[in-house]
Design a protein around this ligand. Structure first.
Ligand code: AMP
Ligand code: MG
Length: 462
């Protein structure tokens, strides 16, 4: 809609943002801690059972226990000879080879054990025979047939091995149960399964795992200029990329995104879409949280009895970010059923959290990671993950203004231990092309104005 220099101009819904709740702008750390505190109080959803591989990226609703000792037998970690360490205290030492165990064999004590002056050939992964207390690596031995003199005369019996390096008792095998004892908790409830977690579940014989249902997270883009991705935008229109980037981030964080229709900058429609969004476990809005005449999000959620925990954070990009909650969504019935067939969680949630993320695409993505992600993780049943900052050397000087903690899209490069980072050239918080080329953010403290090339800076991976 053309709102100026046009006969169709209509007065804005409110001539100022006086209806916006009083500003509560926090430092980055205060704002993040506040979200983390609220996240501690939320309950995950119902439990469902899925095939093991479908559990990748899901959050365990059950603990995974060792079904037997790990390893279940004293396991050789080298190819070589199982020996008594005392027999090879002095080298070279000749031992009689009385057998061989390969992975999968079971050396029956009495049939295949290591007596004084004896050795048993052993392969990596095979059980250590009774009597042995170490494994000598094959690289440190010579078999008798390799001990022939230049004339070809054997210097030792074929069944003998010469050990040329000593080993200590306990070397080159893992004792039974050293990794975990039968019944021990290997993965706790609330653990998000990655490939290592999948391996653990597989190793204890779990072909199916119990996980929490993914929280449904409503994504609501606002703005008169925003059009669907399938539309051909008019000259002043913008495609709704935020809805997609947020949906992708929600999935990544362990949630299920519910993308709602685009809300115009008009109270009535905005309110009904917000109400629809509050049927989900969390509502993410983008756009409409700045100080413009048509930035109506805070006013409209306020009408829905919102409580605002913060209405801004001292960061850039993303300063106008809003975090709050609304009373129970209007469409939840007394029996706990929510309109649309979704069951309310038990105990029924008494408030629904929402985030108002700024509409500039880079701000939307950054504020999601900094603030919305821990809440989704908690709703998914996880303990929210700490933000982890790495350190890297700055490639080129940065000059900036003081007052805000900055998360500047940047490229981390270098090889091996020599990480170096350079801020991406960008045109500000709307520059998605620059962000897509970046792989991290350089974090600049609010009091810093100039950071020299070569300084160590904090980096947040993207
Ligand atoms: P706002 O936060 O509503 O003032 O919007 C800030 C900037 O972000 C404007 O340039 C908008 O056009 C842009 N923007 C808002 N919403 C979206 C969206 N869903 N997708 C892409 N850009 C958007
Ligand atoms: Mg807008």
């Amino acid at each position: 809609m053309i709102s100026c220099m046009s006969t169709s101009f209509s007065p804005p819904p409110s001539s100022s943002n006086s209806a916006v709740p009083s500003a509560r702008v926090l430092s980055f750390e205060e704002a993040r801690h506040l979200v983390e505190q609220h996240a501690l109080g939320v309950c995950p959803g119902e439990v469902e059972t899925v095939e093991l591989l479908a559990g990748l990226g899901r959050v365990l609703a059950e603990g995974i226990l060792a079904d037997r000792d790990f390893p279940p037998f004293a396991r050789a970690t080298r190819d070589g000879y199982a020996v008594r360490a005392a027999d090879v205290a002095e080298v070279p030492a000749r031992l009689e080879v009385v057998g061989e165990v390969k992975a999968g064999d079971w050396p029956e004590p009495g049939v295949c054990s290591v007596g004084c002056g004896q050795a048993v050939g052993i392969m990596t992964g095979a059980p250590l025979p009774a009597g042995a207390d170490a494994v000598v690596m094959v690289e440190h031995t010579l078999l008798a047939d390799q001990l022939a003199d230049p004339a070809g005369k054997l210097l030792a019996k074929l069944v003998e091995v010469e050990v040329r390096r000593s080993v200590s008792s306990g070397e080159n095998f893992v004792p039974r149960g050293a990794e975990a004892r039968a019944g021990q908790l290997l993965l706790d409830r609330g653990h998000r399964l990655d490939h290592a977690g999948i391996a653990i579940a597989a190793s204890v014989g779990k072909g199916r795992v119990q996980v929490f249902r993914k929280p449904r997270v409503a994504v609501l883009s606002t703005g008169d200029e925003v059009v669907e991705v399938s539309a051909t935008p008019g000259p002043a229109q913008i495609r709704n990329s935020n809805s997609y980037s947020l949906a992708a981030q929600v999935q990544n964080a362990g949630g299920e995104a519910v993308r709602l229709a685009i809300a115009p900058d008009e109270r009535g429609r905005l309110r009904s879409l917000i109400e629809e969004g509050l049927d989900c476990e969390l509502l993410l809005l983008t756009g409409g949280v700045s100080m413009g005449k048509y930035d109506l999000v805070e006013q409209v959620v306020d009408e829905l009895k919102a409580e605002f925990y913060f209405t801004g954070a001292e960061i850039q990009p993303g300063r106008p970010v809003v975090f709050g909650s609304c009373g129970l969504a209007t469409s939840v019935r007394a029996d706990g059923e929510v309109a649309g067939g979704t069951r309310a969680r038990a105990p029924a949630p008494h408030k629904k959290y929402f985030f108002g993320l700024p509409g500039n695409p880079v701000s939307t993505m950054v504020t999601f990671e900094l603030f919305a992600r821990p809440m989704i993780e908690a709703l998914a049943g996880m303990t929210p993950q700490r933000l982890i900052f790495l350190r890297a050397r700055l490639k080129s000087e940065i000059r900036t203004k003081t007052g805000l903690k900055r998360f500047l899209p940047a490229v981390l490069s270098g090889e091996f231990e020599n990480a170096e980072v350079e801020v991406a050239r960008w045109q500000g918080s709307g520059d998605i092309a620059s962000l897509a080329r970046a792989n991290c953010y350089v974090v600049i403290l609010p009091e810093r104005e100039r950071i020299e090339a070569g300084e160590w800076v904090s980096v947040l991976m993207r």
